[in-house]
Design a protein around this ligand. Structure first.
Ligand code: ADP
Ligand code: GLC
Length: 493
């Protein structure tokens, strides 16, 4: 198979800039696709952390945005994740300090309000992709463009509406990581985007009188993917389609669900440099040391017999954290402990903080974002809680599986695709990997917690379920093959 030149676009990339799972995936895909025969480069906005991490940067060209603003494009290398064997990632970065050089979140100001010029910031990303596809870098041009989430979605409209109709169209793939975040903007801002009036239509990026970047991605993509097979089905329903289910149903022939994978150079308890003791599915002694160290670090009672339930999450409505709050007494009644690491909505931050005060030594909360602490949590945790309302894929339940922390999840999206509920049949045939509950109710969640506690009190069954989970294969090989098959079909239609 000849090497395909693929340009990946995303707003985040691990290890330089991460607010959620998108960064983990964007950081792992270049190497995974490289191993599958692609020549991958990434295109990123010049947020301070990205500029700071870009090595060997050279300007390769510039273009002018519709509002008269010049944007320079740099080419350079990003550090690969900590794995000496891995090549650095070739990257293009938009150097536009007045658009991107702002401290804090890449998307919001200090009051957590989206920046008023987000449409311009991410339109710049889109036009940069289109310029690269049409020769901005004389030494490398993509044969295919692959955008991730709404921040990258305008690229697909820019490519389709490229002013010179004579040039060959570059095929595009668009991946939805979360349909809930759509990039909606006032229609009056349309002039800033530099697209022809024809783009602002129902057959285009118009969505109920607004501009929708997400819809641009879904409408203009040659192929659409999302991050789990179940979520690919769910987003075609009114319940989970966020108003875009009609379009997704119309495009169902071009839509597929490719389950996310895990970068084993980053998430592997046998080698993880950030945890207290190493362990694997056959040598679990080290896990007890990780648990004791974690309990001590967070001010929880050091008790190896207390099942330790943990949450590592953005604190948002999506993640079902009200269920966790409501069910704290259920965990405590069963002799368990709860540890939460997260940041997000103020009300949730406050409610967890109050719970930790009320139950000193049994409930602990750390507000904020702490990548290395997350590793220590998975290593010491017994149960990873992910009772989401919806979940496109979810990565923390997979990290839980690999680190011997049984996931307790709701049967939705990628959670349903990655965890096998422990019932009599799956315990008997040794396929169980966690606890799965069906409906988003306090009663169902509490029952799931009770089942986890009961399983914990049966050490042999618990050990078996944990071992089955740790042996699951979440390597990138299969996902990379799916993506390259889609790319290949678009290159030789
Ligand atoms: P989402 O992308 O919806 O937030 P995922 O489960 O796909 O959910 O990915 C979340 C990623 O962010 C995981 O790598 C998780 O470990 C990490 N994460 C979330 N919150 C925190 C936090 N407060 N501190 C450190 N890592 C976090
Ligand atoms: C989104 C989703 C999450 C998914 C991640 C990576 O942030 O909320 O479920 O795992 O993207 O694809």
């Amino acid at each position: 198979m000849p090497t395909m030149r693929v340009l990946q676009l995303s707003a985040e990339i691990f290890p330089l800039l991460k607010t959620g799972g998108l960064a983990d995936i964007a950081g792992a895909l270049p190497a995974a696709l490289g191993a599958a025969g692609c020549d991958v480069r990434v295109l990123l906005p010049g947020f301070p952390a990205i500029i700071a991490g870009l090595h060997d940067a050279v300007p390769i060209g510039q273009f002018t945005m519709p509002w008269g603003h010049p944007v320079q494009v740099l080419a350079g290398n990003l550090p690969a994740v900590p794995d000496a064997a891995r090549q650095p990632i070739h990257a293009y970065v938009l150097h536009a300090p007045d658009l991107f050089e702002r401290p804090g979140s890449p998307y919001e100001d200090a009051q957590r309000r989206p920046y008023a010029d987000n449409h311009r910031r991410f339109a710049a990303l889109g036009w940069a992709a289109a310029h690269l596809a049409h020769g901005l870098d004389a030494t490398w041009a993509p044969q295919l463009v692959h955008g991730h989430d709404w921040h990258a979605a305008l690229a697909l409209a820019c490519l389709r509406h490229w002013p010179d109709g004579r040039v060959k169209r570059v095929p595009c793939v668009y991946t939805v990581h979360n349909l809930a975040y759509q990039g909606l903007f006032d229609a009056r801002l349309f002039g800033d985007l530099g697209l022809p009036a024809a783009a602002y239509q129902v057959d285009g990026l118009e969505f109920h009188g607004q501009i929708s970047f997400m819809k641009a991605g879904l409408f203009y993509a040659d192929k659409i993917t999302t991050v789990s097979p179940t979520y690919a089905r769910e987003i075609q329903t009114p319940e989970q389609g966020f108003g875009l289910d009609g379009l997704l149903r119309a495009r169902h022939g071009d839509l597929s669900g490719i389950l996310n994978a895990v970068d084993a150079a980053v998430w592997n308890p046998a080698l993880d440099p950030h945890i207290t003791k190493h362990f694997d599915a056959d040598h679990l002694a080290g896990k007890a040391g990780c648990k004791a160290a974690l309990q001590q670090e967070c001010g929880l009672k050091i008790d190896k017999g207390a099942p330790l339930f943990t949450v590592v999450s953005r604190l948002t409505e999506q993640k079902g954290l009200n269920l966790v709050l409501a069910g704290i007494d259920e965990i405590l009644r069963g002799g368990g402990q709860l540890l939460v690491l997260g940041s997000g909505e103020h009300a949730l931050e406050q409610a967890f903080t109050e719970a930790a005060h009320r139950h000193d030594g049994q409930v602990a909360v750390r507000l904020g974002y702490d990548e290395l602490f997350a590793h220590r949590i998975f290593s010491g945790s017994d149960v990873t809680l992910v009772p989401s309302r919806f979940e496109p894929c979810g990565l923390t339940q997979i990290y839980g599986l690999l680190y011997g922390s049984l996931p307790l999840v709701r049967a939705v999206g990628g959670l349903a695709d990655t965890v096998v509920d422990a019932d009599l049949a799956t315990l008997a045939d040794h396929t169980a990997t966690g606890i799965v509950f069906a409906s988003f109710t306090e009663a169902d969640y509490r029952h799931a917690v009770r089942r986890a506690l009961a399983l914990y009190r049966q050490p042999r069954a618990w050990a078996r379920v944990r071992q089955t989970g740790m042996r699951q294969d979440f390597s990138w090989t299969q996902a990379a093959t799916h993506y390259t098959t889609i790319y290949q079909a678009l290159m030789d239609p």
